[in-house]
Structures are given as C-alpha cells and as structure tokens.
Write a protein that binds this ligand. Structure first.
Ligand code: HAM
Length: 466
C-alpha cells in the first residue's frame, strides 16, 4: 500500500472529527478562535477558573453537616411512610411553563432554559413539576390510591446571589398525591415542625393561609383587578403587565410601591367558599389538637401558580438569614395533575432549602469523627497496617492508615486533626512482639494489646463509649 492510501483518509477523518466537535460545542469553538485554548487556560495558574457565581462547592469538611441534615429529613419522611423518588435534573421547558406558570418570576426570569436539537429543555428550578409529570407518566394513580413521595436534590434558579439565595441550591421536599386533606395537610405541617425542632431550631414561625379553589380564585381575581386598576400608574412595570395576565402575582411582588398598594388590597380569605372555609377550619383544629404552633396570615401568597387551598411557609433564624429567612414553603395543588394531562388528583407538598437550614443551625452539629487511625512506621508496618485497616473496616469501623512514611509525630498530629477516637501505633518493635500500642484518644489512655485481639479490643472499648 502506498503512503497516500492511508494518509489521505486519515487527514480527512481528522478534519471531519474536528468539524463534528466544532458544531456540537459552539462555546469550545469560540474559545479556540479567541486563542483561549482550554488546555492552555487550565494551565494558566495565575488565572484559575472559579465556580459559577451562586453555585457552591460542598467540600468534604462540610459533608458531615449535610449528611446530618439530609439524614434527619430522610428518617422523618420514611417513618411517615414516604418513599424516595428521583426525577431527572433536566425536563422539557414546557413542563415548568405549564406547572409553575408562564408569568411567575421563576419562569419569566430565573430558569436555566436552553435549546438542544430543537428541543426546549430546562434545568429544574423546583421539584413538584417533575414529580407530578412522573406520577402521570407512570400511571401511578392507577396503581395505588395514595402516593407519598420525597426527594432531596439540587435545584437551579438564575437569581441574584445573596446569603441564603443561590443559583444552585438543595431542597428536601415531599409530595402527597391522592388525598384532598385536610388531615394530610395537618400531618405534613406537623411533620415539618418536628423536623425543624429536631434540627435544634427554636422560634420556628409557621404561617398558614388558604387560597381557596378555582371558583374562589376567579371571584377574587375580579375584585383584585377592580382594586388595583386605580393604582395602575404607581405599580412597578412588571406589575402593570401582570394586571392583565396574572394579577395574583402582584401580591407577591417585592417592589416597595407594589407592597404598599397590596397592603390595602382585599384578601383571598374574604372570598373563600363555604367548602374552602370548612377545609381550612378543620386544618386549624387538627393543628390545634396536635399542638403545632402556627399563625394565620391572610396575605400569605407564594410565587408559584399551581397552589390551591392550603398554603404554608416557615420562617426561622432571621438573625442569621436576614430577609431570606423562609426555610421552607409548600401547599396544596389540587389542579396540577389534571392540568398536566393526568386525572383529577388532589395533592399537597412542600420543599425546604437546605443551605438556609444549614445557616440557621450553624453551630448545631460537628462532622462524624474517624474511629481508628493507624500510624505506621516503615514499610513492614505499613503492610501490617493495611491488613489491620481492612479487618477493622470489615468489623464496621471507619479507619485510615497512614502510608506517607512520615515521622510518628506528624502521623499522630494527623490523627488529632481527624478527631480520631483511637490510634494504633505500628513500628518494628510492635511487629516483632506482635503487641500493638492502642491509644484511646477520647479517654486519653493507652494500652498494649496482642495483635490478634486488636479488633475485639476496639469493638469493646469504642462501642461501649457510643
Ligand atoms: P419555593 O418556595 O420556591 O417552593 O422553594 C422552597 C424553598 O426552597 C424556599 O423556602 C427556600 O428555603 C428554598 N429556596 C428557594 N429558592 C432558593 C434559592 N435561590 N436559594 C436558596 N434556597 C432557595 C418550591 O420550590 C415548591 N416546589 C415547594 C412545593 C412542593 N410546593 C408543593 N410541593
């Protein structure tokens, strides 16, 4: 074969490959043309790449608190018969437009929406829409009369970052499909109050309201527009636009002039039907019986359009969170499943912001300490240390073995840094005698233990201490 027989096809395929990459990733393409080659950029240590503003790293040093928080929610949910659901992070944009509402802030201003191969996609700003979609898509309504789901995961909103307000944030949320309440409404609110108390939060402010059903909303909307119309000129530009498209949203506006005008507006509460009123009264009686503290705020509205009837928010730790002190919010959305193409299904849910809860509970929880640290001096000690670490892990202990080959002083310093509960020292003398030095770092004691008895010894001393 002559050289050009394979050189020409090779060059052609390289050109084609480069074209494919180019057309798939316009951003990479721009970087190439501007001379900002990604490889050379990564090398430019004087200008390191940083995370996207409002999106945070959760480093190993913080993970203990995250697990503690997530674990508290998981335990509470599972004890109350909720099952975990995991839906995709990316959903069709239309789902959020239809579920959350076209004229909400979330849809109008905050969604990370993009086109890919003519498909409109959005990185989820919240979890309810995806849960309802999955509930319908898998015909769950035909399989069970009531579904209790929970989720823990990241959500994305292009908001202006501030303390407690991020562009990627985590929510723990739950949704109940198939129960029109008010029993499950009261149960959910009480459950949340219990979780927040278990997290050590005091002065938890639970605020409830009822938005009524579709009939109430329609009558209220008319009256609200009548009230707002004379103030039109003074309203913010957004609210002027919403006067025609979605006047209820004006009550949720943060603009000071809108707030001032809204303060005098009629409240939805005055328009509740007898049925809505009975639902709300029963909810209150149940909360009273449970002893769950709450207050009614007839002005409470929330930024998402799917809510009907019961609505609630919880505020806590205003001293630490400032204006963003709403740690969780939720409510009933009896029309959503039907609006998304499923059968008429009552539903209620909530979501809590995990970053906000971590700020609110700042000093409440340390991360899990390591059980055993093995300090090994020399290669022979490292070999035995590796075997011992494996045995200890198999016995259920967390264990780290030092394989750096550094001095005993620096190895013990590391064990202190890790807040290890016990340290084992392995050197030539210990190996020769087959007797190891075991330090109980919490009790400040040290004992010599036969190598074969180390696991049993630690099982006794460490487990007895927990
Ligand atoms: P939401 O009120 O939009 O409701 O969000 C719930 C909670 O998520 C808020 O109370 C707050 O703690 C947290 N959160 C919201 N946005 C941010 C942000 N940018 N940064 C940090 N934390 C944030 C929902 O998402 C509904 N899906 C809740 C629901 C479930 N309703 C019925 N079912």
């Amino acid at each position: 074969m002559r050289p050009h027989h394979f050189v020409v096809p090779l060059i052609l395929s390289l050109v084609l490959l480069r074209r494919t990459v180019t057309s798939r990733c316009p951003q990479l393409d721009r970087m190439r043309h501007s001379g900002d080659n990604p490889t050379s950029m990564a090398r430019a240590t004087q200008n390191p790449i940083q995370a996207v503003r409002g999106m945070n790293d959760i480093l190993p040093s913080d993970i203990g608190r995250w697990r503690w928080l997530e674990g508290t929610f998981r335990t509470a949910f599972e004890r109350a018969g909720f099952h975990e659901v995991r839906t995709p992070i990316v959903e069709p944009t239309n789902l959020f437009v239809r579920a959350v509402g076209e004229t909400t802030d979330v849809v109008e201003k905050e969604m990370y929406a993009f086109e890919r191969h003519d498909e409109g996609l959005t990185i989820r700003p919240e979890g309810t829409a995806g849960a309802a979609r999955a509930y319908i898509e898998h015909s769950i309504y035909a399989k069970e009369p009531i579904s209790r789901w929970y989720y823990i995961g990241p959500m994305f909103r292009g908001e202006r970052p501030a303390k407690g307000r991020y562009r990627q944030f985590y929510q723990a949320g739950a949704e109940i499909f198939g129960d029109h309440g008010p029993g499950c409404d009261a149960e959910l609110i009480d459950l949340l109050h219990g979780v927040l108390t278990a997290l050590g939060l005091v002065n938890v402010d639970v605020i409830i309201n009822s938005l009524g059903g579709a009939e109430t909303r329609a009558r209220f909307k008319e009256e609200l527009v009548k009230y707002l119309e004379p103030h039109r000129e003074r309203l913010s530009t957004d609210s002027q636009r919403r006067l025609a498209s979605n006047p209820l949203r004006i009550l949720d506006s943060k603009a000071p002039q809108d707030r001032e005008i809204s303060a005098g507006a009629p409240t939805l509460h005055e328009f509740l039907t007898a049925e809505d009123q009975a639902h709300f009264n029963e909810l209150r009686q149940m909360l009273d019986r449970l002893g769950t503290p709450y207050r009614v705020d007839p002005h409470l509205v929330r930024g998402l359009d799917y809510y009907t009837r019961t609505l609630f928010e919880v505020k806590a730790a205003a001293d630490k969170l400032g204006a963003g002190d709403t740690v969780l919010g939720g409510g009933r959305y009896d029309g959503l499943v039907e609006d998304l193409g499923g059968p008429k299904t009552p539903a209620i849910g909530f979501a809590a912001g995990l970053e906000r809860l971590l700020i609110a509970t700042e000093s409440n929880q340390a991360s899990d300490p390591l059980d055993v640290y093995i300090a090994a001096l020399g290669n022979a000690a490292q070999r035995e240390g590796l075997v011992l670490a494996r045995d200890l892990r198999a016995a259920g202990f967390s264990c780290e073995v030092d394989t750096r080959g550094t001095s005993i002083k620096s190895q013990l310093r590391r064990s202190e840094g890790l807040a290890a509960r016990a340290a084992i020292i392995l050197g030539d003398a210990e190996l020769a005698e087959k007797v190891y030095a075991v330090k109980n770092l919490a009790a400040h004691t040290q004992s010599k233990v036969a190598a074969v008895d180390v696991v049993a010894h630690l099982s006794q001393t460490l487990r007895a201490a927990t």
